[in-house]
Design a protein around this ligand. Structure first.
Ligand code: MD6
Ligand code: FE
Length: 216
């Protein structure tokens, strides 16, 4: 069966402590995969994936959209959170309850209680797409963690240090894995290596990543 190549479906969910404030919850989202994908489809129907431009004028290889009371955007003016989708000039779709609840349970499993995300950034990678090392620092305060859910094709995630030059460690993130980080790890540099080609049983040739944040 193809699924076990990607999903390790025969393994129980387990927690790996990565660094102070950072935990990898293997398989945490797997049981809800169909509900999550349906919720993502509903968001994307109203706020389609788009390739945004960095302030430096480069078009991102990762396609993005958002849901929640704030969405992450980038254009020539900079990176920021916006209550409206710039493509439609309307508020972003509401965050579906199944997404919010998953993020809250994952945060709690990693030791962060009362996580109340107001933004969910949805990233779509096709083979060849990547995300350069960066810090997530556009949020108003860094007390809340970030909860990151991986679906579809596996990707190699780089998790570095507080300086761009710190040598990153690498983790393969597979379908259903959830990475939670906050506290002392909140501003760690991280990125995603070029996605390798493959075919996921549910998602085909793509990887979807959700990141839940307290932005405002
Ligand atoms: C991704 N993730 O996994 C990109 N940021 O596609 C991120 O940039 C990220 O996974 C902050 C915290 C967790 C993440
Ligand atoms: Fe990030």
């Amino acid at each position: 069966m193809m699924a076990d190549l990607f999903d390790h479906f025969d393994e129980p969910p387990r927690r790996e402590d990565i660094a102070p404030g950072a935990a990898l919850l293997r398989g945490f989202a797997r049981a809800e995969e169909r509900e999550l994908l349906a919720a993502i489809d509903a968001v994307v129907a109203r706020a389609p994936f788009r390739h945004m431009m960095t302030p430096g004028g480069h078009t991102m290889s990762v396609a993005m959209t958002s849901c929640g009371t704030a969405g992450w955007v980038t254009d020539r003016r900079g990176y920021r959170y916006s209550p409206d989708d710039p493509e439609s000039a309307r508020p972003w779709p509401e965050m579906p309850a199944v997404l919010r609840h998953l993020a809250q349970r994952a945060a709690a499993a990693a030791g962060f209680t009362n996580f109340d995300p107001d933004a969910c950034l949805i990233n779509r990678y096709v083979p060849g797409a990547k995300m350069a090392l960066h810090q997530d620092k556009d949020e108003r305060d860094f007390d809340a963690p970030i909860v990151s859910v991986s679906l579809g094709l596996p990707a190699v995630f780089q998790f570095g240090g507080m300086a761009r030059g710190d040598k990153p460690r690498r983790y393969e993130l597979r379908h259903g894995d959830v990475f939670v980080w906050g506290g002392p790890s909140r501003l760690v540099y991280h990125g995603v290596l070029t996605l390798k080609d493959g075919e996921h049983p549910l998602l085909g040739r793509q990887r979807i990543n959700l990141t839940f944040r307290k932005a405002l």
